[in-house]
Ligand binder design. Structure first.
Ligand code: ASP
Length: 366
């Protein structure tokens, strides 16, 4: 259940959004010179998106397009070699190849574009935009996606860094005692500062399985006209089976935008989000009148209900993984929620970017 403290905190967040908004985005009739009532712009993102929300907020405040704004925002993280869950420097799949997933939705034009299993392109979100703008399709995958990206002028580059290659080599060596790969200990080298390719002391809920770090960036924005856009981009699950596609490039799962209602995206265990049509569910719950935070929490309850596998449940029968949703509605109310306590999201409103605590269903340790 949501704790009372969190309920108050998230209600306060929503209150701020609503208070600074100047009403609904419906046009005012009969007011000369005023074509539309205004919304206070808001950009919201996953916790790794403070720079992204800053950029997206500034761009829409200067009159930029909402999709250009969020894509420019996440490009910072896609190009950052130190974020090992997105774009360049993302952790690779089982074969040591970085495969990227991304989707975009542009509210005003109702456009959508996505790529999955895309190799060699640092900014898959830009390729997703090109799919939306320059093809009659929504989703391109694998080699076809890369060929399309090259045709649109994107450069093919090596996305592995020395650090991510080292982690993958170490993970490969620890996979089996009966193959010919030597672990750092066996080969007499200094052991790297990670355990089986993951960070030391990583919490089960900050990872896919206590070893593989979780990560992705989702960023959504509403401008002063109440127009919305969103983007989700990721290198997905580290060491995944080649060809595995997560929720991020699936329209309705890792991202959904309806310009009449709001925008939502997700991070965390993609398989759980796909099975519950996560982001689309959040939008439909907001359409039915729920606040962004309550809609995110309700969609997370569906994830819990759909988690029937014993291997995915803890001793108390709760999911042993995390899922996060980030949502903003057309009037500028926003909220984030996760299955487990301790998650944070990035938000920029009123020109100030910050991280806020996500609402949650369960206290860690329960
Ligand atoms: N949702 C992403 C995926 O499943 C990964 C993550 O956010 O950790 O591919």
């Amino acid at each position: 259940m949501t704790s009372r403290r969190d309920f108050l905190r998230t209600s306060a967040g929503v209150g701020v959004g609503a208070a600074v908004g100047l009403g609904s985005a419906r046009p005012l009739r009969g007011a000369p010179g005023v074509l539309r009532s205004r919304v206070a712009p808001v950009a919201i993102a996953s916790g790794n998106g403070t720079e992204a929300v800053d950029t997206a907020f500034r761009m829409v405040s200067e009159g930029g397009d909402t999709l250009d704004a969020v894509v420019e925002g996440v490009n910072i993280v896609e190009r950052d070699p130190n974020d090992t869950s997105v774009g360049f420097g993302g952790l690779p799949n089982l074969d040591g190849v970085v495969q990227l997933d991304s989707s975009v939705m542009h509210g005003p034009s109702r456009g959508a574009g996505a790529v999955a299993c895309l190799e060699g392109i640092k900014t898959p979100s830009r390729v997703a935009v090109d799919v939306m703008r320059y093809t009659d399709h929504v989703l391109l995958v694998g080699r076809g996606a890369q060929r399309f990206a090259v045709s649109m002028g994107h450069a093919v580059e090596n996305l592995l860094t020395d650090g991510t290659r080292r982690r993958w080599i170490e993970w490969r060596a620890r996979m089996s005692d009966t193959d010919d790969y030597l672990t750092p200990e066996e080969s007499g080298q200094e052991a790297p500062p990670f355990r089986n390719g993951g960070d030391p002391g990583m919490d089960m809920l900050d990872s896919h399985d206590g070893v593989r770090p979780q990560g992705t960036i989702n960023c959504n924005v509403v401008n002063r006209d109440g127009d919305l856009s969103g983007v989700t981009t990721t290198s997905g699950l580290a060491w995944k089976i080649p060809g595995r596609v997560g929720d991020s490039p699936i329209v309705g799962a890792g991202l959904y935008v309806d310009n009449d209602v709001g925008a939502c995206g997700s991070t965390g265990r993609g398989e759980a989000v796909i099975k519950t049509c996560g982001s689309h569910s959040v939008i439909e719950l907001m359409r039915a009148g729920m606040s962004p935070t309550d809609a995110c929490l309700e969609a997370l309850r569906r994830v819990v209900t759909f988690t029937t596998e014993a291997r995915l449940r803890n001793a108390a029968g709760r999911p042993n993984f995390n899922v996060n949703y980030y949502a903003v509605n057309k009037s500028g109310e926003y909220g984030g929620a996760a299955i487990w306590s301790g998650a944070r999201f990035a938000v920029c409103s009123g020109g100030e970017s910050r991280r806020e605590d996500s609402a949650y269903l369960f206290e860690r340790g329960s």
